[in-house]
Structure formats: structure tokens, C-alpha cells
Design a protein around this ligand. Structure first.
Ligand SMILES: [Zn+2]
Length: 429
């Protein structure tokens, strides 16, 4: 097996070749002017998603707990590439709905990866987000809210602290209080917290201390000396967990419990100078799924600081260099994205590469010059949850505006109008 430094060198050489062919460098991304060289072929990527929807019953049988994620990833690819699901032939929307209905656990609430398995919090998150994207009443009604709440309560770890309890805090297991487990008797880490909190938020269960008590302290205790957030206390900082932890803190309104300066310092060091893309941990290779897991962190930090983490509207990373990595190194002409050159395309990387590219095409809602006006306007409304489909202020490599992707909410990784629509439904029903 090649050592990390060998594979890094090899990968960097390959990427440098791609960039040379395009006459491009990440550091010169701002001046890059070859419009024709850098197309995001939205139609081909949408077709890739459609083909995968058509064969949904047959592929990816092995991803067990991931099955309900597939309709989410595929519908999100369509939404990001501006092929709205409501324009899908109704037979395909029905197919997706039926696929999800099959995986819903009518007995104990939530979704499972296969009919024979128990409900799993990550499967449930994927299933719900697919429903949000499908956006029909028939799809919304798959969820049994009462059972879902019971399922969430079941997998939430709360150390009982009745006055009569003899349990001392020193006897609690580290990282247990306020955590969610993935499934009954399963493991716990911050992914489960994120999935549970998004579900609870969309279904209108929040605020509810019975579903969140202790969570923000737990997340704060997962921030490491590196600045990022780990899966549980004493772990290694990682893009995915930092994304999950930061999203939760914003939803809980407890972001002050994190050291954001340290978090930003860690985050800016995840963008690689030569590759232009992000890695997810110190000393790891670039990977396009971190386009989103890292890219969204920059926008969320900007939200958390009400616009103090942008420069002229741009995040504290090179948004253009990230787009360059995606376009020149990861895009397949047959549709789909790969994590890095020499790998194959897959649905997961296609969705997260596109989602992160979209995040990095848009500018802050809190443009510093306007921050005062905006915070006036948004006194009532949650500014971080606004729709933001205003394309006036975008940041696109070589100003090729044909490449513009739909704006997403970094917290939900979905179009905010669809999240709002689902929330309204579940509020009433
Ligand atoms: Zn990846």
C-alpha cells in the first residue's frame, strides 16, 4: 500500500495536470477567464439522477441503513441543478413515495434501511429529507408524527436527575447525556444528534427539553484542541462532525458555547492550496463530499456571527478555487461527480459535491456593508433561515452564469422553500 505522502504526491501531480490542461491554477482562480473551459453540465447531472431514480429498486442494495438516503440524494441533485421535483413526471414522484413508504416503520415510527431492520436515526433523517424534497401531501403523510416522537424519545440519552436520584454527575458516562443513539442499543455520536434535531425541527417538536436537554453541552465538549468538532468527547476533529455540531448549535440557539475563533482557524486550514478543494481532517486527502461538509460550515459561521465572518460577502475560504476543483477534477462528462480523480462517480459524492459548489457560488446574506439594514429587517424573522433565492450577489468561476446552481440552506441541505412548505404542513397536521 502506498503511504499517505506518496498518494498525496501522486494525486497532486494528477490534479496539476488537469489544471494545466485548463490553463488554470487555484491561486489564480479570480483572474480565470476561460468560460468555455468550465461548464457545469447541469442537464447531464440531472439525467444521471433521473437514471438512478429509474433503477432505484435494483442499485445500492448493500447500503442498508442508507436506502432512504437515496431518494433524498437524487431529488436534491435535481433541485440543485434547477430541475424542480414538481416538474418530475408524477409516475416518478409516486415511485419515490412508494419506495419510502415501504421503508417506513409503521410499528415503531421512523425509517429503516431494509424492511427486516429496526428504525435507524440516519435512515429516518434521509427518509424525511426525501419527503421534504418530494413535497406532496401523499409523501408528507408517510410520517406518523406521534410514533416519530416516541422513536426519538426512545433513542435520546438523558441521564435522569430526579431530586431523589443518588447518581452523581461524576458517575455519568462521558458524552452520554444529551446524545442520541443511532438505533435501539446502537452507538452514539454527533451525526445522530444532527439527524434527530433536524427531524424534530421539521416536524415541529421543538423547543422540547425532553428531546434536547444536555445536547449543547455535549457538543461543546466535543470541540477539540484543533478547533473543529469530533464525533464524541476526546475524538479527532472532523468536517462531518463539525458540520453536525455547528448546525445543532445554531438550531438550539447555543452557538456561544463554541469557540468560533478556533473553529474558523481549523476550518480555513481544511482548504488545500494546490488542490483548491477541502479535506475533512488534518493530513488527509482532498475529497469533493467536503465541498458541502466544509463549505456549509463557512456560511453557518457567518450566520452565527451575524455577518462578521465574510469579506465583501464572501466566506472565509476561496469559493472560486472550490468550484475549480469540482469542475476540473471531479465532474464526469457522463454525469455525476467523483470524490477525486481516478475514482468512479457515485450518487453520494454527486449530491455533496454539487451542494457544496452551490454554497460556494453564493454570497453572505449578511454582506458587511448591509449588515445593519439586514439585521433591522430581520428582527422578527430568523435571518439564518431565510429563503435567500436572490441571485444578485453570486460568486461564479470565470463568471459563467450558466453554471449557477440553486441556493440551499446550509443547515438543512435542501431548498429553504421546500423546508418551509413541509414545516407548514406538519404544523397543521
Ligand atoms: Zn467523500
Amino acid at each position: 500500500m502506498a503511504s499517505l505522502s506518496e498518494s498525496l504526491k501522486d494525486l497532486q501531480e494528477l490534479i496539476a495536470e488537469f489544471y494545466e490542461l485548463a490553463d488554470y491554477t487555484p491561486l489564480g482562480a479570480k483572474e480565470y477567464n476561460e468560460k468555455d473551459m468550465c461548464n457545469i453540465d447541469k442537464g447531464t447531472h440531472a439525467q444521471f439522477a433521473l437514471n438512478n431514480i429509474l433503477s432505484l429498486n435494483y442499485g445500492y442494495q448493500s447500503v442498508d441503513s442508507g436506502s432512504p438516503w437515496l431518494p433524498y440524494w437524487l431529488t436534491n441533485i435535481l433541485e440543485i441543478t434547477m430541475n424542480p421535483i414538481e416538474e418530475l413526471p408524477s409516475v416518478l414522484r409516486k415511485k419515490l413515495t412508494k419506495f419510502l413508504k415501504n421503508l417506513h416503520n409503521d410499528e415503531s415510527g421512523g425509517f429503516r434501511g431494509q424492511i427486516s431492520l429496526q428504525s435507524h436515526i440516519a435512515s429516518t433523517y434521509g427518509g424525511l429529507m426525501a419527503i421534504v424534497n418530494i413535497g406532496t401531501e401523499e409523501a408528507y403523510q408517510i410520517i406518523d408524527k406521534q410514533k416519530m416522537k416516541e422513536f426519538l424519545t426512545e433513542v435520546f440519552c438523558k441521564v435522569k436527575q430526579e431530586p431523589s436520584s443518588t447518581l452523581k454527575s461524576s458517575e455519568m458516562k462521558v458524552g452520554e447525556n444529551g446524545a442520541y443513539i443511532m438505533h435501539e442499543n446502537g452507538e452514539y455520536d454527533l451525526r445522530a444528534c444532527y439527524c434527530a434535531l433536524i427531524i424534530a425541527d421539521i416536524l415541529g417538536f421543538l423547543p422540547d427539553p425532553d428531546l434536547t436537554e444536555g445536547m449543547s453541552d455535549l457538543i461543546a465538549s466535543c470541540q477539540t484542541y484543533e478547533g473543529g468538532i469530533a464525533c464524541n468527547p476526546y475524538g479527532e476533529a472532523h468536517a462531518g462532525y463539525t458540520y453536525c455540531g455547528l448546525s445543532c448549535m445554531i438550531l438550539l440557539g447555543e452557538v456561544d458555547k463554541l469557540n468560533l475563533d478556533r473553529l474558523i482557524e481549523w476550518a480555513v486550514n481544511r482548504q488545500l492550496e494546490m488542490e483548491g478543494g477541502f479535506n475533512g481532517r488534518i493530513n488527509k486527502l482532498v475529497d469533493s463530499c467536503y465541498n458541502f461538509w466544509m463549505g456549509a460550515i463557512f456560511e453557518m459561521v457567518d450566520m452565527a456571527t451575524k455577518g462578521k465572518a465574510n469579506i465583501d460577502g464572501q466566506w472565509l475560504c476561496s469559493q472560486l478555487a472550490l468550484q475549480g476543483y469540482s469542475i476540473f477534477c471531479c465532474q464526469s462528462s457522463e454525469g455525476g461527480f467523483k470524490d477525486k480523480p481516478r475514482k468512479g462517480v457515485d450518487v453520494y459524492h454527486t449530491m455533496y459535491a454539487l451542494a457544496g459548489t452551490s454554497i460556494c457560488q453564493h454570497k453572505s446574506h449578511f454582506h458587511q456593508k448591509k449588515v445593519e439594514e439586514i439585521s433591522e429587517e430581520n428582527k422578527e424573522d430568523d435571518p439564518e433561515l431565510s429563503e435567500g433565492d436572490d441571485f444578485d450577489e453570486v460568486c461564479i468561476l470565470s463568471k459563467n452564469y450558466n453554471n449557477l446552481l440553486a441556493r440551499l440552506s446550509p443547515i438543512y441541505n435542501a431548498r429553504m422553500c421546500l423546508v418551509k412548505k413541509a414545516k407548514e404542513f406538519y404544523k397543521e397536521n
